[in-house]
Design a protein around this ligand. Structure first.
Ligand code: PMP
Length: 430
């Protein structure tokens, strides 16, 4: 590592303490971004295959301008009248079916999920939450408790019950009825809650099941889980922090992969293209009931600058046809990855939808043995070759590809070529 990297690492350790983590064995010091490209302090460029926050591209001029313009004029909060929050709420709810007609704003995905759980608990009178194994929903206390990827098993409270990851590659159900079969585990979870004397409040899921490495649950799974929790008096929360805003290509929201309507949809990361902005969108009657228990205020949530960022992001998605781009480039990338799989035995499966793709690395195709070390080697090697990715899943053997939505087919080819070479140079060593 270079002297200035060493010095920065020492400063970080001293100033930020040991709880933070960096990506890559050789950390990247980024100073500038544009579109799908990131530049380090030495001017070296990297193809960003990982960031879903810079949704419409790093530092998109239209978003930057909208934020600067509003910042120069006024920034207050939702206790004053302002058109931006109304315009944005109108545009955002316009992206949902009629039933989901009310928006409430926060600053992070964790806060949005926290608010969703509060509403669920207030409106159902229950406390029990059903969540998938190895899920991530954020970092507040209530959300840490349901983030089964993070919380140690012996710390999980009684009112949180897990269901299996709906994994059709290495999980227990792999056929066309996998969605139904996995969803049936929600009945068992409800029984567990009942045995503990706990009334259910909600089933919550990241609709692309990304941190648990599933990346697109089997057909019918989400809809069936919603039916089961509702029949038990609970509500269904769709966490769209990762798949939302057109990333899945065919749809604007991940939950639309199944034909049903969630009770609460939570969203964040890509909403403000890097500006901290998050929200829930839900049915009026739930907010009506919730509001009888108190008012809602979030100092920064829904401020005029944040809403200007959100409006600009929606404008750019529409003007630049980014949902269609996600579909087109996503298919191109998937085809390219599948042809790499023909040459590289270590690729067990390529899956996902739009610009949310997973490449599962294995050391034995038949046995589907996770190639954890190889995945770490490839992620770090790609970084050295100028492509930024990451790995996910309980075995950390799945490459996650989730680039800004402005990626082109030639950028995708660039990445495929580098991945091809990285696999050729490294796979045999494992
Ligand atoms: N939900 C999901 C599915 C997420 O992936 C994340 C963040 N990785 C969150 C919620 C929490 O978002 P934030 O970090 O903005 O609090």
């Amino acid at each position: 590592m270079k002297p200035n990297t060493d010095a920065m690492l020492a400063r970080r350790r001293k100033l930020l303490g040991p709880a933070y983590r960096l990506f890559y064995r050789n950390p990247v010091h980024l100073v500038r971004g544009e579109g799908v490209w990131l530049y380090d302090a030495d001017g070296r460029k990297y193809l960003d295959m990982y960031n879903n926050v810079a949704h419409v591209g790093h530092c998109h001029a239209q978003v930057v301008e909208a934020v600067c313009k509003q910042m120069k004029l006024l920034n207050t909060h939702t206790r004053y009248l302002h058109g931006n929050v109304l315009d944005y709420a109108e545009r955002l709810t316009g992206k949902f079916p009629r039933e989901l007609d009310t928006a409430m704003f926060c600053c992070t995905g964790s806060e949005a999920n926290e608010l969703a759980l509060r509403i669920a608990r207030t409106c159902t009178g229950g406390t029990g939450i059903i969540v998938t194994e190895y899920a991530y929903h954020g970092n507040t206390k209530a959300i840490y408790e349901i983030s089964t990827e993070d919380i140690p098993a012996d710390e999980v409270p009684d009112y949180v019950v897990t269901v299996p990851r709906p994994d059709t590659y290495r999980g227990r159900y792999r056929g066309s009825d996998a969605g139904e079969k996995y969803a049936a585990h929600a009945h068992e979870a409800l029984e567990t809650l009942a045995n503990r004397g706990i009334k259910p409040a909600a089933f919550i899921i990241d609709t692309i099941a990304s941190s648990c490495g599933v990346v697109a649950p089997p057909p019918g799974y989400l809809r069936k889980c919603a039916e089961i929790i509702r029949a038990a008096g609970g509500i269904f929360i769709a966490d769209e922090v990762q798949p939302g805003f057109g990333r899945t290509g065919r749809n604007f929201w991940g939950y639309q992969a199944d034909s049903f309507i969630p009770d609460i949809v939570t969203m964040g990361k890509p909403m403000g293209n890097g500006h901290p902005l998050s929200a829930i969108v839900t049915r009026r009657e739930l907010v009506q009931q919730f509001s009888t228990h108190g008012h809602y205020f979030n100092t920064f949530g829904g401020n005029p600058v944040s809403c200007a960022a959100g409006l600009a992001v929606l404008d750019v998605i529409e003007k630049e046809n980014l949902q269609q781009n996600a579909l087109r480039v996503g298919e191109h990338l998937t085809d390219g990855l599948r042809s790499l799989a023909k040459r590289h035995e270590c690729i067990g499966e390529v899956r996902g939808t739009g610009l949310f793709l997973a490449v599962e690395l294995v050391s034995d195709r038949e046995a589907r043995t996770p190639a954890t070390e190889l995945a770490a080697t490839i992620v770090n090697d790609l970084r050295e070759r100028g492509v930024l990715t990451g790995s996910i899943g309980p075995d950390d053997n799945i490459l996650k590809l989730r680039p800004p939505m402005v990626i082109s087919t030639s950028d995708a080819d660039y990445m495929l070529d580098i991945l091809d070479r990285s696999l050729a140079d490294n796979a045999h060593a494992h």
